[in-house]
Design a protein around this ligand. Structure first.
Ligand code: NAD
Length: 409
């Protein structure tokens, strides 16, 4: 299995070779400032006590508080969280928002827990961690398998323990409990804004065909947003597999079907496909929106899309990147394509600190005006220097981090 942290370091070093950056910058960014491992004891419904391992990696705070989601997953491990934290530092710098980079993870299969066990685990994670987080210190958010409800439990626990009443320590909370309008759809919508900004330059027609891997918060919303803008979403999938329909799926109907049947198998008039097949479909745009290491040296030569929009973090390995670049397939990197989530999270944090609640229109306008200029800048840099978009995005981030870097005496 490819180690995501090694991949993140290779990306960092790749950008460092192309640009000219101050001496210690890359060395400093190759490690996290602080890594915390905690044990979370949870009383299960049957009275037994179970222990879960959790992590928070605080990668870099030169540009603002550490910022990044918390993932609940049976395969979460410290290297994955390290990689995700490093990517967050790059993403907040690419977005030019006043945040740094961090990430959290708990090794658990949340589907195997009852709702009350999940609540005790979520609150337990905060009890183990609360002295290391806070509105000006580290601001977590949702990620894979964590929801607005989980953020509300965590935020409530933090308020009780710290006495801080701002609600600004966790973002992605439900609207009405300190959450921001627009946060739920922000990652998918931000991905669409980025796509829309580069579409013509990438030679993609309006109404093009799209395959989306993963239909959680990110992939599910992306499917609806692309469809609403006239694109044809021909394939969708979850962890068990996917479906394909040449004339396009109705994402809302697919989600409803999945809710009722807990699987996509048997969806009317669609062909069942595996996740591996989905990645190789003959489509204009491929949108990985699930997990890391999906497009690898093994399958990159068979990807037929003209453009890959990375809504997941780390879906393409460095080896695959090289193959795709040689084949002329544009990869819009995660640290740009999925930055909409952290941008609206930051707007939520600002609203909490100011004790305000903004209308959706205002939030989405700010999202667009933050993200689109960065997409233009990165496309331009990549074209001028004839480098992949990911390298250009890392270079933009590294320039901003270099200016913010604290010099040691
Ligand atoms: P989620 O838990 O809501 O959904 C994950 C989806 O991926 C589910 O549909 C699940 O069935 C599917 N999936 C899981 N394993 C899979 C596999 N092996 N193959 C195919 N599909 C699989 O998570 P999410 O919040 O939508 O996050 C998805 C990705 O987007 C992650 O890489 C995450 O880090 C990234 N991301 C999320 C946010 C956010 O705001 N939630 C922001 C930026 C990036």
């Amino acid at each position: 299995m490819t180690n995501p942290f090694e991949n993140a370091l290779r990306q960092l070093q790749g950008a460092a070779r192309v640009g000219e950056f101050p001496g210690d910058l890359i060395e400093k960014l190759s490690r996290a400032e602080k890594e915390i491992t905690v044990t979370i004891p949870v009383r299960m419904d049957d009275g037994t006590l179970r222990f879960f391992e959790g992590y928070r990696v605080q990668h870099c705070n030169w540009r603002g508080p550490y910022k990044g989601g918390i993932r609940f997953h049976p395969d979460a491990d410290i290297d994955e969280v390290r990689a995700l934290a490093l990517w967050m530092t790059m993403k907040t710098a690419v977005s030019n928002i006043p945040m740094g980079g961090g990430k959290g993870g708990v090794v658990v299969d949340p589907k195997a827990l009852s709702a009350s066990e999940l609540e005790r685990l979520s609150r337990g994670f905060v009890r183990a961690l609360w002295r290391d987080i806070g509105p000006q210190v580290d601001v977590p958010a949702p990620d894979v398998n964590t929801t607005p409800e989980i953020m509300a439990w965590m935020s409530d626990e933090y308020t009780k323990l710290s006495g801080d009443q701002t609600g600004a320590t966790f973002t992605g909370k439900p609207v009405g409990q300190g959450g921001s309008e627009g946060r739920g759809t922000a990652t998918g919508l931000g991905g669409f804004y980025v796509f829309d900004a580069v579409r013509e330059r990438a030679g993609i027609e309006e109404g093009a065909s799209i395959a989306i891997q993963g239909m959680g918060n990110v992939g599910g919303h992306a499917a609806e947003i692309f469809t609403a803008h006239g694109y044809k979403v021909v394939a969708m999938s979850d962890s068990k597999g996917g479906i394909y329909k040449e004339d396009g799926l109705d994402p809302k109907a697919v989600e409803k079907y999945k809710e009722e049947h807990r699987s996509l198998a048997g969806f009317p008039d669609a062909k069942e496909i595996s996740n591996a097949e989905l990645l190789e479909l003959s489509v204009d745009v491929l949108v990985p929106a699930a997990l890391e290491n999906q497009i690898t040296a093994e399958n990159a030569s068979r990807v037929s899309a003209k453009l890959i929009l990375e809504l997941a973090n780390g879906p393409t390995t460095p080896e695959a990147d090289e193959i795709l670049h040689q084949r002329g397939i544009a990869v819009v990197p995660d640290i740009l394509a999925n930055a909409g989530g952290v941008i609206v999270s930051t707007l939520e944090w600002e609203q909490n600190l100011a004790n305000e609640q903004w209308e959706e229109g205002k939030v989405l306008a700010k999202l667009k005006e933050t993200l689109v200029p960065q997409a233009d800048l990165i496309w331009q840099k990549a074209t001028e220097k004839k480098i992949p978009l990911r390298v250009a995005a890392f270079m933009v981030a590294l320039d901003r981090l270099a200016s913010a870097q604290v010099q040691e005496g």
